[in-house]
Design a binder for this molecule. Structure first.
Ligand code: UD1
Length: 419
């Protein structure tokens, strides 16, 4: 039997919760460790399933990966490295595609299975491929694999059609060892991209402008091993903020960077919560009456798609009608059917969801369809009447470390059963 969360709703959350290292940064830093033969040590690394999957990918490529509790990952990509990332691993996690750029830059070739991963839309990789071609790589796609070759990558100007996070990061890593100065325009501005650039610069890369839409990378011959602390996870922080708001609680999120959540905090205030911002902490005091608001997801600094489902759970019990527009991934409404089983009134039409607030949700058996949708269902359960059973929680474990434990510390009635 696979595990489930049993959530008994109705408790107001209170107290302090520490946020871990960012999944979406840690995975890229691990891949970037392939760019040197020296040892990389990551601290504040979240020990979640996706990090373990990336570790398995790196091990398959010939690196050794060691964890030490509570949050240290040590990577040594000893020589020789293999250039092939197999389907059995890449299919578990789409983000594995991020090894393409580093492998190509370091070995001059890479063979990476076409990704599967989170079941949220078609998620193409054309911009990764086109960008690497602009840097001089020869790429063939066929038989379920992407094969890339290049004796030496040569710097160039790359203009992305869209500020894709993964494409920006793959190209950023590849360009660190290319000959000359690469410029990426219309680059993704997510804080995780800036974190990756900071890490690469510590390794000896010469990158300017990461975090803005133009990034300049002067190629170097060699990078070296470093110790680096992964930035805090803004999506985990946002999820606990919603858990505080939906239960009318009083929660302090610790070890976070409030500046990464500006728009999210504004929305919580519009919804009626009181939010106090400190240097590395955010306090949320939820209100008993939740106001309806409209939300549109957009690339950073816009509203993050990774918090869209959690906010929908919150708006499900608002006094009024809200509209959520999902502009990033076409299939991120998959959890709506499950949420409606808990008594919400949500209708979707293409990219739009119309959420008519109901007075309360009712506990029900539901299935986590994906990572963020699963977390949102557990959060909805905190505010629902009666018992919510969330199954398929392996999706939630991909991105949240000790999720139920942290919620329990805040006073939630949630337990994991089965294994
Ligand atoms: C990353 C995050 C994910 C987050 C997303 C958007 C990781 C591991 N995942 O995903 O949690 O939700 O950013 O903030 O960091 N696209 C193309 N062609 C491409 C690349 C992307 O069409 O070559 C499209 C995708 O299908 C999608 C959109 O662009 O519709 C955004 O994708 P992208 O920004 O690349 O997200 P990921 O890097 O996959």
């Amino acid at each position: 039997m696979s595990s489930k969360f049993i959530v008994r709703g109705g408790n107001r959350l209170g107290g302090k919760v520490k946020v871990g290292g960012a999944k979406n940064s840690a995975l890229k830093l691990m891949a970037a460790a392939l760019l040197t033969e020296e040892t990389t040590v990551l601290t504040n690394a979240p020990l979640i399933t996706d990090v373990r999957t990336m570790a398995a990918v790196l091990e398959r490529l010939g690196a050794s990966v060691r964890y030490s509790e509570p949050d240290v990952v040590e990577i040594k990509p000893s020589y020789p490295l293999y250039a092939e990332a197999p389907y059995e691993l890449v299919s578990q996690m789409r983000a594995s595609i991020i090894v393409l750029g580093p492998l190509l830059a370091r070995l001059g070739r890479a063979r990476v299975a076409m990704p599967g991963g989170c079941n949220i839309g078609s998620r193409k990789i054309d911009m990764h491929i086109r960008g690497l071609e602009v840097l001089g790589a020869r790429i063939e796609v066929g038989h379920g694999f992407i094969e890339a070759y290049s004796e030496k990558l040569v710097a160039n100007k790359i203009v992305l059609d869209y500020p894709s996070v993964g494409a920006t990061e793959n190209l950023l890593m590849a360009a660190t060892l290319a000959e000359g100065v690469t410029v990426i325009e219309n680059a993704a501005r997510e804080p995780e991209v800036a974190d990756l650039a900071k890490f690469l610069n510590k390794m000896g890369a010469k990158i300017e402008g990461a975090g803005s839409s133009t990034i300049q990378i002067e190629g170097v011959n060699k990078l070296h091993g470093v110790e680096y602390m992964v930035m805090p996870d803004r999506i985990e922080a946002g999820t606990f903020l919603v858990a505080g708001a939906i239960t009318g609680g009083d929660v302090i999120i610790e070890d976070t960077i409030p500046g990464h959540l500006e728009l999210v905090i504004n929305k919580l205030r519009s919804i009626g919560s009181i939010v106090e911002v400190y240097k590395t902490e955010i306090r949320i005091i939820g209100s008993d009456s939740i106001h309806a608001v409209d939300i549109a997801t957009l690339p950073y600094p816009g509203f993050p798609t990774d918090l869209q489902t959690q906010f929908m759970a919150l708006l499900a019990i608002a006094g009024g009608t809200s509209i959520i527009t999902e502009n990033i991934f076409e299939n991120r409404f998959m959890f709506v059917g499950e949420l409606n089983r808990m008594g919400s009134d949500v209708r979707t039409e293409g990219r739009h969801a119309v959420i008519r607030g109901v007075p309360s949700l009712s506990g029900a058996p539901v299935k986590a369809p994906d990572l963020r949708g699963g977390a949102a269902l557990a959060v909805a359960g905190l505010a629902a009447e009666g018992v919510t059973e969330v199954s398929d929680i392996h999706h939630i474990d991909r991105g949240y470390q000790n999720f139920e434990h942290k919620l329990r510390m805040l006073g939630a009635d949630i337990e994991r059963v089965g294994e």
